[in-house]
Design a protein around this ligand. Structure first.
Ligand code: 13P
Length: 250
């Protein structure tokens, strides 16, 4: 069985007071939902405090980006060993916002994925097409390339310690979710290219009211949640939907 997984990506949101309250509520709310592994990926400056707050809790934490270098003269960058020091278990690599707004190429993403693995961090590798690529019928070609460049340099076996997230760019923060059939089609395509036990998350406007339908799909193992991870009740409801799907799918 592939263990269900729900990850919150806070992006550049939060403050120390609201983080504390949010995490307190989430930790309480996911109590008893052991069929679902849960994590939050938070902005760098909050990692220290959150590591303290979540020590011993069932909610794991991680970062949203890392440098491909382990150390050196790279002003403004944060390395994998630093994330490890703060108890991170996960790190998102290749999020579409990093690719689009910060110019991360497939090769840079592959190097970041390698840097994470080298320190024992589990990368959450994001792939996904833009709306124009989908409209041009290039969805499979795009996600295949994004995955292949990473696996060519890191080996398919590296997926034993990684997670894949399908995030169609047109569905991120737009309120426009992929239908469950659209998500399933791409997940099945990816499934054929990863290890049988690799978890493939869906991300893009997942909310309490659409989570159950998405998680019911055979190849959707959970979600990477943006906006809804900032509201405790919404994030908990999404985890509950994943727990119900886990019960049904086994
Ligand atoms: P939204 O859930 O806000 O659409 O964000 C999805 C996402 O990008 C998660 O990484």
């Amino acid at each position: 069985m592939r263990y269900r997984f729900v990850v919150g990506n806070w992006k550049m949101h939060g403050n120390r007071a609201s983080n504390r309250a949010l995490l307190e509520a989430v930790v309480k709310g996911i109590d008893g939902l052991e069929a679902v592994e849960c994590a939050v990926c938070v902005p760098f400056p909050y990692l220290g405090e959150i590591a303290g707050q979540l020590a011993g809790a069932r909610l794991a934490w991680g970062a949203q980006n890392l440098s491909e270098h382990a150390q050196g003269a790279f002003t403004g960058e944060v390395s994998a060993p630093m994330l490890v020091e703060f108890g991170c278990r996960y790190v998102i690599v290749g999020h579409s916002e990093r690719r689009q707004l910060f110019g991360e190429t497939d090769c840079v993403v592959a190097a970041k994925y390698a840097a994470a693995l080298a320190q024992g961090l589990k990368p959450i590798l994001c792939v996904g097409e833009t709306l124009s690529q989908r409209d041009a019928g290039q969805t499979e070609e795009v996600v295949e390339r994004q995955l292949r460049v990473v696996l060519d340099s890191n080996g398919k076996k590296s997926l034993e310690n990684a997670v894949v997230a399908y995030e169609p760019v047109w569905a991120i923060g737009t309120g426009r979710t992929a239908t469950q059939e659209q998500a399933q089609a791409v997940h099945a395509f990816l499934r054929a290219r990863v290890l049988p036990e690799t978890r493939i998350l869906y991300g893009g406007s997942v909310k309490p009211d659409n989570a159950a339908a998405l998680f019911a799909m055979p190849d959707v193992d959970g979600g990477l949640i943006g906006g809804a991870s900032l509201v405790a009740g919404d994030f908990i409801a999404v985890v509950q939907a994943a727990a119900r799907a886990a019960q049904r799918k086994g």
